[in-house]
Design a binder for this molecule. Sequence first.
Ligand code: NAP
Length: 457
Amino acid sequence: MRIVLIGFRGTGKTAVGRLLSKRLGIPLLDTDDLIETREGRSISEIFHSGGEIYFRKIEKEVITNLPEAGVVISTGGGAVLDPVNVEHLRAKSFVFFLSAEPDTIIRRIQKSKRPPLTNLPFPEEVRHLLEIRRLEYLKVADYCLDTTRTEVSAIADTVQKILEGKNISCEQVSKEYQEKIALSSEDLAVLSQENTPNGGYPRICAVMGNPASHSKSPALFNRLFTHYRLPYKYIRMEAPEVSNLLIFARLCDFRGLSVTLPFKQQVIPYLNEVDRTAQQIGAVNTIVQCGNLMHGFNTDWLGIQRPLVHLKGSKVAVIGAGGAAAAAVYACLTLDMQVTILNRTIERGQSLAERFGCVSASIAEFKNLKPEVVINATPVGMFPDTNTPVLVEMLTQDMTIFDLVYTPPETPFLQAAAKIGCTTIPGMEMFLHQAREQFLLFTGISAPEALVRELMP
Ligand code: NAP
């Protein structure tokens, strides 16, 4: 395994890297130093003659050729902006994101001779770059350590503890929570693993719901982790109380959570930060934990948007007014579609329509609407239910029917629609695309769609 340090300049990567290298008796490779050695000139000179594009090209080549084990690697601040770099840096590595408050960074690097990357004055440039890179660092990190008020030696101590598997005792926590949270014996064994062959615990991600037994996420994510050689395991946990699941995930320092029914709204007050899109939709289906802070996101809407991009501007009926319907409406509006929400409880449909500035009606209005796209965002048709959300006689063959229900994969609604000659999109498409986005948030790796399809359970 390798230790990789990422983060902005002035966050202590070099100092922490040097100390770890000394204590562990392994070399420190600083990618900026490697670039300067390779080019025989300083970073400033490289920027001056070749610009940032040339610098990033050389940086990528250097990162691609880093040794696979037994080193501490300190990366340049912008290295993680390139997806190819991310894939190389993540393989068989523990990635530590070192952060610091903007004022601290500005103070630490104000005498640096590095070339500017923007036309902004120095302090504004730092704040601007921190803002745009923050999410990238968050995604790529296995662990996040704030160096603002912590000595270099204490940061190095924490890194070593993590590597030795002494930072958490999830085995003990699991025992305390066994009455409150349902975990399979296999998943309990994962949490009790004292030392993996690599040293340290595997990083844990989990689906949390009530129930969570139907979720296909554990199978898919574990295959993706193996494919990308990440020291991660994905488990499944079920409980009636959302608070117990989140406290457990905090105590065990889980890296990521997929949130499923009925918790997508309930988790929000417990999170430290919720991104703007998730706030607008009013639901979180993805939580990334970084340095004890929980960040909430929504990837469901992308799972609905991706299969519909070619139908931009269409007239769409969204049936339902719950969390999945909110994500569907948000997705459709990003595609300039004309949205009508049809819901069993009229007032709930109206309130969702008001939130997004679209129209609503009763489900009976479907026959007058003549939509080009129909999205079922209700559980109607989910096994063992054999009903359809609207009468199939009202469908016409020019319609595209997207059923978000994915158990069974071919729902009664999709079967009836296919018989009529409609274009059908199964709920597994939503699952696939939202999971791909979730994997990106958990790891920083953008897995190709074809790979995710191949690994789908
Ligand atoms: P939710 O918040 O509980 O909302 C359910 C909606 O369905 C409500 O608007 C409800 O209407 C309506 N509804 C429930 N039973 C109905 C019935 N018998 N007839 C007509 N309408 C009915 O649930 P959700 O989170 O939005 O999830 C909805 C469905 O989306 C789930 O069942 C799941 O299958 C699917 N989903 C799929 C994926 C995927 O990856 N493919 C991801 C998320 C969700 P009222 O307002 O009248 O109660």
